[in-house]
Each structure stands twice: as structure tokens, then as C-alpha cells.
Design a binder for this molecule. Sequence first.
Ligand SMILES: NC(=O)c1ccc[n+]([C@@H]2O[C@H](COP(=O)([O-])OP(=O)(O)OC[C@H]3O[C@@H](n4cnc5c(N)ncnc54)[C@H](O)[C@@H]3O)[C@@H](O)[C@H]2O)c1
Length: 428
Amino acid sequence: MNSVREPIAVIGTGYVGLVTAAGFARLGSEVWCVDIDAEKVARLERGEIPIYEPGLAESIAGSRERLHFSTELAPALEHARLLFVAVGTPPTYSGDADLSAVHAVVDAMPRSDHHALVMKSTVPVGTGAAIRRSFEERGKGGFGYVSCPEFLKEGSALEDFLAPDRVVVGDDGVWAGDAVIELYAPLDAPLVRTDIASAEMIKLAANAFLATKISFINEIANVCEETGADVLEVARGMGLDRRIGTHFLKPGIGFGGSCFPKDVSALKQLAGNSGYHFQLLTAVIEVNELQKRRVISKLQKHLGSLVGKTVALLGLAFKANTDDMREASSLVLSARLQADGAKVRAYDPIAETEARKLMGGVELTDDALGAVAGADAVVIVTEWPEFAQLDWNTVAERMPGRLVIDGRNFIDPESVRAAGFIYEGIGR
Ligand SMILES: NC(=O)c1ccc[n+]([C@@H]2O[C@H](COP(=O)([O-])OP(=O)(O)OC[C@H]3O[C@@H](n4cnc5c(N)ncnc54)[C@H](O)[C@@H]3O)[C@@H](O)[C@H]2O)c1
């Protein structure tokens, strides 16, 4: 690849930061990565990848000589003009985004006329303007600022980086916006160059729209259950309409993860703070919360009281191909089950370490058959491919119960029923 590519810095080496660093290194840039988590930096320096993301370890190994990891900002500032910010912006109790990590980065920037922050973190509309004001007030007005929101999906993050649907660059027309566009040029993606506030809103609105699609199809699924329609047929018939599209029309037990719940609530809160009640998003959030709990009523319908019952959860990550458990439906489900007196056994192929930190009172097993042993019911929570391969006759031998709830409409109902189970999907 091109060996004279612009060197860059990436601040925050989590899901977005590491993928951004690996992606630009693969395109030929030297990448100076900075994180405050010294243990994470030490692991990265040793070549260990702290998160699970398909292809990421190989990609980092392949560009290892162009990737530099440190807890110090100085080398990044010395070698790079563009500092991509990919620190976390988790929700606060009020639903607003917590920008303390972003502010810490902004505060650490020196006076400079030849550096720019490139914001990859998802931030409320107005953040870029506020950062630029604070730079001005502190005599750092020469420091550039670009909004470049990230749209990657965990589970296919590197692929998404290398083949984005679009690149959004929000800037005020100075050098840094051009430099960011130049960096992305080899990807040949459609470019949306706009002002900073609009770039910030594009990210929040895109996530809110996708979350709305999910809550919409979940409500259709719930009505299908009452009326005898099959939501999978309905979603297919709807999705073939190009104005609608098939993506994100998959009914299930609600959306989770580090982005949708927090971004939807951040946009609702942002609207509220400026005096506008975003009714639609209020409903999207409520439908999602109720959807996570619907599995409980399905279990009760068949098992009666859950006191003393054993429920096996298959899959804990918020979706397949990631170990991320932030806002995962499994967390709500396991807590509700235990509150109702049930015993919970669970298995996830990748997220076990995260699960041990987050799930109290749950017995984690080494494989799916271990989780179902002695269970009264099985719930498919995450669509890991290995669950589609389960031999349901063997499962039937391990558990006394005969109930399978497929929270993702992911396994074949016929093979489950053929093994003597009652199968309940979502909306069918
Ligand atoms: N995860 C996703 O799928 C995704 C997709 C698009 C956008 N985003 C957005 O990108 C941002 C980052 O998300 P993530 O999932 O990668 O977060 P993450 O929690 O995985 O990583 C954040 C990293 O930033 C580091 N950090 C915190 N403060 C720092 C500081 N002052 N200096 C240097 N490093 C610091 C943390 O130690 C951590 O390693 C968020 O705003 C998120 O909303 C995430």
C-alpha cells in the first residue's frame, strides 16, 4: 500500500479506536495509539488483543510495525497532526451522554496551529461547537476540529471500516477536513461533507432510526402472536419493498449493546434539553424494555411460577461475533429470572470473561450441553452459529424440561419439535 500516507493518532483503544487504528495502519499510515488504561496498552504492546472482533487480531499483527501503543500523548502529538478521538461516551443517569472522557482529551491538548481533533466518539449535537469555544477561550483557537462519526458494527467492524456505506466529515472547511477526506480516499466510499452539527446529528439520527425499525418489527411480532400471522413472513414481505429494506427487520428480545440504547436515549434527552419532546423515541425505548421482559411471560405461560425452576440461557453477548455485553438483553433476563426465584445456568462461546464480571448468581458453563443439564427450559438469547448446529435429541436427554424459547428466531423449529420440545419463537 501507499507508504507516504499521513501518520495519525488514535486516542482510546476500545472497539472503535482499535479498529480505526488497525484499518488506517492497513491502508499504510503509521498510527500512534494512546489509552489511559496502562494494562490494556501493555497487552497491546505484547500483541494481545483485548477485545474479540473477527479479523482484528490478524489485521493488527499484519501491520504491527506501523502501530505504536502508549499511555502518553506526547509521541502522538509529535508524530501526527490528526488525533482521532475514540473514547467512551456512556450514558449518565439522566440519559445524557457522559462526556468526561472527551473533555479529558480536549483539556490535554496543547496550543497548536497544526493539530486537529477528529471526533469518532458519538457525542451530542453541539459538542463540536462547545469544544471549539473552549479552545478559543483558552488561547488554543488554532487547534482544528473535525466531526467524523463512526458507523461500524461490532462483529463485522473491520469489514465495515474498509467498506463503509459512507464517510461523514463535518468541518469548517479548513485543512483538517481535507486531510481526513484524503485518509479515507482509498476506500472509495460515498462522502458526506457537511457542517459539524449536522455530522453529529447524522450519527444520532441513523442509530435512532435503526432502533426504531427494531422496535417497530418487535411490535409487529407481538401483534402477530395475537393474530396468528408469522412475523418472519411479514418481515420478508415488507423488506422486499426497497423503500423499507430487509435490514433491521429481525424481531427478537430487544436491542442492546453499547450504542443503540445510549444513542437513542442521548438523542431523546438532547431534544428534551432543547425543549422538544421526542415522542417517537420515548416509545422506541419503552417497547425495547418491555421486549426484553417478554421472555419471562412466555416462560410463565408454560411453566407457571418460576420459583425453583432452572432456566438455561444460550448466548450472553448482546449479539453474535462479539464479547461485548454492554446493555445485553441477557443481563435483564438473568436478573428478572433470579428475582422471580429461578436458577439460571448460562453459556456463551466468547463472552464468558465479561459475563463473570457482570452476572451475579448465574452459573456459567463451558458448553451449551452443560448449560441445559437439568434445565426446565432453554432460552436462545444470542444468535451464535453453534446454536443452530445443536443436536436437540442430545439436548432432550440432558434436561427434564421440554420448553425452548428462541429469542432470536434463529434455530429450526422443526428439529426442535421433532426432539419432543415445545418451540416458542418471537412473533410466529
Ligand atoms: N462500539 C461500537 O460499536 C461503536 C460504533 C460506533 C461508534 N461508537 C462510539 O465510539 C466511542 C467509543 O466506543 P467504544 O465501544 O470503542 O468504547 P470502549 O469503551 O470500548 O473504548 C474506549 C477506550 O477509551 C479509553 N479512554 C477513556 N478515556 C481516555 C482518555 N482520556 N485518554 C485515552 N483513552 C481513554 C478507555 O480506556 C477505552 O480503552 C463511543 O462514543 C461510542 O458511542 C461505538
